[in-house]
Design a protein around this ligand. Structure first.
Ligand SMILES: [Zn+2]
Length: 358
């Protein structure tokens, strides 16, 4: 797994008593602030945003690292988005340059599994104004691969705004800390090092449904339950037998459901936004086949829309032989895959995926 951490320094769109609207020109309607040296420089475009967890959100300084949770190897990166100097009166662009990232660094302080400690230093000044004061951030990042936790403790300048986030793989993004400009602070307060303390701890452990089998399990063959439980623990996900998906009577007359050796199941997962969702029928069918089910059906609402459950049964296994009426029928001995599309059965997988070759 990969853990990402990133920190931004950015100039918010609205700073009381400081930001003003660009009157005309290419950036009309956006906001700008006076430059870092009183009475000398022009105005500068803000990042025209509030706090944002997007990794590409416009920033004066952006430092990121990605950590491999197995090896603790890390990849550092740094970025300064373009600075735009504008004439304060007419908004005319007078300079566009990107800041220098050479004084922005990540350094390994300790590396001993499961812990990795990194030191961050970040300093960069306004590229359109020689010898202008730096924006500074600095701190230490503790990563624990066993706990999947990130702790950051550091300091930032009184201006502008700062934010940091962490994410495991493509999972939810967690805010580590965020802090706006100190009240009344301006770029004129930038000279000197970082003084405001910031810190945050986040637990990146993914929230996932408990691996278990749920739904109407009564009167189902123990081998069937055992296979569903094995599937559930292999995926680390809930395997849910649908409402009518356990033992039942009714059509079709030779249904394996009648003898308790079939289940219609859905597989639950938690998506990136933390919501409970279901896999699609063809993916569920893949998992049932991989688990060793010999009779597997894919379900489609119509030609284009998959349902979220699939059928798995124990045909061709000892359980089927022991199941009286079902086994005596003799028509369901071998492996079979089929699809039901809008209520009609057809041979093979509608999705075109492999049958029992997985
Ligand atoms: Zn079924």
């Amino acid at each position: 797994m990969i853990v990402s951490f990133w920190i931004n320094a950015f100039i918010p769109v609205n700073i009381p008593n400081l930001s003003t609207e660009v009157p005309e020109g290419d950036y009309a309607g956006k906001t700008m602030i006076p430059g870092p040296v009183p009475h000398i420089s022009d105005c500068f475009l803000t990042d025209n945003r509030s706090f944002s967890d997007k990794t590409n959100a416009s920033s004066r300084m952006h430092s990121a690292c990605t950590i491999d949770t197995e090896t603790l190897d890390f990849i550092p990166s740094h970025r300064c988005d373009s600075t735009h100097e504008l004439d304060c009166e007419d908004g005319e662009v007078e300079c566009t340059k990107s800041g220098d990232t050479t004084r922005m660094t990540w350094r390994v302080s300790q590396k001993a599994h499961p812990k990795l400690v990194l030191e961050l230093r970040g300093a960069s000044n306004n590229p359109c104004f020689t010898a202008s004061p730096d924006i500074d951030y600095e701190g230490k990042l503790w990563f624990d691969a066993d706990e999947l936790s990130i702790f950051f403790s550091g300091k930032v300048d009184v201006f502008p705004a700062f934010e940091a986030y962490a994410q495991l793989d493509n999972g939810p993004i967690h805010r580590v800390f965020s802090i706006g400009p100190q009240r009344g602070a301006t770029p004129w307060n930038l000279p000197g090092g970082a003084t405001r303390e910031v810190y945050g701890l986040v637990d990146l452990t993914p929230v996932r449904p408990a691996p278990k089998v749920t739904g109407p399990k009564d009167q189902l063959h123990p081998d069937l339950i055992a296979m569903l439980e094995s599937l559930s623990s292999r995926l680390g996900r809930e395997v849910m037998i649908t409402q009518e998906g356990g033992k039942r009577t009714g059509p079709p007359s030779k249904s394996a459901h009648h003898s308790g050796i079939a289940a219609d199941v859905a597989i639950v997962f938690i998506d990136e936004g933390g919501d409970r969702r279901f896999m699609r029928s063809a993916e569920v069918a893949d998992e049932l086949i991989a688990e060793g089910f010999r009779g597997v059906g894919e379900y489609w609402k119509d030609e284009d829309v998959q349902s979220v459950f699939a059928h798995g049964d124990l045909r061709g296994t000892p359980a089927a032989v022991d199941s009286g009426e079902y086994a005596s029928g003799g028509e369901k001995e071998g492996p079979a895959v089929w699809s039901r599309v809008n209520g009609k059965y057809r041979k093979g997988r509608k999705s075109g995926r492999p049958g029992h070759l997985l």
